[in-house]
Write a protein that binds this ligand. Structure first.
Ligand SMILES: [Zn+2]
Length: 613
């Protein structure tokens, strides 16, 4: 997933959670799943669902093929808010017995199904609830085209259990087939092989032949069309968005080629992107074969497509080799951030990658200041919502750890090592400890002194930033530093337009403006650079945050419009936090939020509710 977060989450969720340990899932290797894979584990799913836009409910059945190697009499699934209607074993006509355990706010309820030693199939008939946290139902007004409703899912981290009864741990993998029935005028797509055309009967068949963990289960239904960008890549989007989206992402094929050149073949077949309506809470979600992406990356100039590099990189780090638990999340995101910047470097050049690295380092420094004990790479989120681990620590501290290894071992040796890691652990889930072991035997043992140079355990098991962190540098940003210094000395803005060329440079410029900035200085800068009118969401977020802080009123209308139309949590949190810092700001925020909240996914509004409560 791309860039969620911001560390207030930890504070806010932390506060509502001084509750008891989850005794009911003790003994499970994954603190966020009730399942019992050591006894009985799922291997394949046949899913049959009907999508009802009237009632906002999915109903149908999940037929699980299981392995019961220990002759267990029970298999345990994770559920949250599901209405379980009946459970049947294999060809049995008779229902088997099941119980739903005590409900936990984050984990939901364990579904314990009575099985026989010989059982190979468990079929669960169920309905989702209207509150299912993974599902976002949009009215036609909330879509780009305004004519048809839309549904999309977001399963990561532990929300798959709100729409499918499953063993909801990233350490458990299964293949799946699905049949999904939708209204005739709408198209359904999943994290699988997809139809490229509307099916007039509204019945869609899907097949995912590679074993994936439950958090990569994904479904979207809406007025969608497909346009290919080359032979193996393409874009799904609402018709009004499709031409812009296909243009913006036209270089996806180049990125897939660059990625393959770095770390071996792309193993999933097609790589397509689905552009969602603006309420999607994340930048992107790496659903296999079909990245879900926010329309906020359609900047009109391809300046934000590194998001696609990120989601594509997950086809190796994350989807192919997966973090075994959410405490190992940095294995997904740190590796992906590293891989993303390597793709960017290959396709757009070293200068671009350097700028992204510096921006990443700035974000990391802020996160380190705010996250306390949660600044260890190896997380400890037992008893908490694993979304709390989705911070810049996993992404950027993870990145700089790998960058530090690259610097110590040399790029060539490190690339060979990484390629070997993706090969050896393909379609497997890996713990931090397993990775460290692999690192020791396949890289460190071959090179005396390397281990001391890197200091692996300091990076992984200690808080803060080790002193051997690889330095960052961008010539382009140094030039912006001088521009800011010049502006501070003279207060002259003329000529800035010619010297700040790219999105990254403008973003860096905005972030480098001093705390003492005044509204009248903002007005002069705005006159020269027209920032308030920008359509680039990264720029808008950074600038509007300053506008709120320094009460630059000419940007207020656009700020409000942005908050009502965009649902991406990364942009919403800093803005609402800034507004909530003063009583007048908070009153304004609450007024906007009343209008905006129905456009947000639960992943976004759950956090903002806490900020504005
Ligand atoms: Zn990611």
């Amino acid at each position: 997933m791309k860039y969620i977060f911001i560390s207030t989450l930890c504070l806010f969720f932390g506060a509502c959670q001084q509750n008891k340990p989850h005794s009911s899932n003790e003994g499970s290797a994954d603190p966020h799943s009730y399942s019992n894979p050591q006894q009985a584990v799922v291997k394949h799913l046949d899913l049959d669902l009907k999508v009802d836009f009237e009632s906002h409910i999915l109903s149908g059945r999940a037929e699980w093929t299981i392995e019961n190697g220990t002759n267990s009499d029970t298999i345990i699934f994770d559920t949250r808010g599901l209405k379980i209607e009946k459970v049947v074993l294999g060809e049995d006509v008779k229902e088997t017995s099941f119980t739903l355990g005590k409900e936990d706010k984050f984990l939901g309820q364990p579904l314990k199904v009575h099985i026989k030693p010989s059982s190979t199939k468990v079929t669960i008939w169920y309905k989702t609830s209207e509150e299912a946290a993974a599902l976002q139902w949009l009215t036609p007004a909330q879509t780009a085209g305004k004519k048809h409703p839309f549904l999309f899912t977001q399963s990561q981290a532990i929300l798959a259990r709100t729409w499918i009864p499953c063993q909801d741990s990233p350490g458990i993998r299964f293949t799946y087939n699905a049949v999904v029935t939708v209204p005739h005028e709408l198209m359904a797509v999943m994290s699988a092989e997809n139809s490229q055309k509307l099916r007039t009967d509204g019945v869609y068949h899907f097949k995912q032949v590679h074993a994936i963990p439950s958090y990569l289960m994904a479904l979207a239904v809406g007025d969608l069309q497909f346009q290919k960008t080359d032979e193996r890549t393409g874009v799904y989007a609402e018709p009004v968005t499709l031409p812009k989206a296909a243009w913006e992402f036209a270089e996806m094929g180049k990125m897939v080629n660059a990625a393959e050149k770095l770390y071996g073949p792309y193993r999933w077949g097609r790589y397509d992107v689905l552009v969602l309506p603006p309420s999607f809470p994340f930048g992107g979600m790496e659903n296999p074969m079909l990245t879900f992406a926010t329309p906020t990356v359609i900047a009109g100039d391809r300046s934000l497509v590194s998001l696609i590099a990120h989601e594509l990189a997950h086809s190796w780090s994350g989807n192919l080799v997966t973090n075994a638990t959410w405490n190992d999340f940095w294995l997904n995101e740190g590796f992906t951030t590293y891989f993303e910047r390597r793709i960017v470097e290959a396709v757009y050049g070293r200068e671009e990658a350097e700028m992204q690295e510096v921006l990443g380092f700035q974000a990391l420094k802020e996160s380190i200041g705010e996250s306390g004990d949660d600044t260890k790479l190896k997380g400890n989120f037992a008893g908490r919502d694993p979304d709390e681990g989705m911070t810049d620590i996993a992404y950027e501290k993870g990145y700089f750890f790998l960058k530090t290894i690259e610097r110590a071992a040399g790029r060539e040796a490190f690339d060979k090592f990484l390629k070997g890691y993706f090969d050896q652990d393909a379609f497997k889930s890996v713990t931090t400890e397993e990775f460290v072991k692999y690192l020791e035997s396949n890289l460190l043992a071959k090179n005396a002194g390397l281990s001391d140079k890197i200091g692996v355990s300091g990076w992984i098991y200690q808080t803060g930033l080790p002193s051997n962190i690889a330095p960052v540098n961008s010539g382009k940003f140094k030039a912006i530093d001088s521009l800011v210094a010049q502006w501070k000395a003279t207060n002259k803005t003329a000529g800035l337009r010619d010297r700040i060329k790219t999105t990254n440079e403008l973003l860096y410029f905005i972030k480098a403006l001093p705390e003492s900035l005044s509204a009248s200085q903002m007005a002069l800068i705005d006159k020269e650079l027209a920032i308030t009118k920008s359509g680039n969401a990264e720029i808008q977020c950074a600038w509007y945050t300053l506008a709120v802080r320094h009460q630059y009123k000419p940007a207020y209308a656009r700020t409000e419009e942005f908050l009502v139309n965009v649902g991406r949590r990364k942009f919403l949190l800093p803005l609402y936090k800034e507004m909530a810092a003063t009583p007048e700001g908070k009153a304004w925020a609450i007024q906007i939020y009343k209008k905006a909240r129905p456009n947000y996914h639960s992943v976004s509004y759950n956090t903002i509710d806490q900020i504005l409560k």
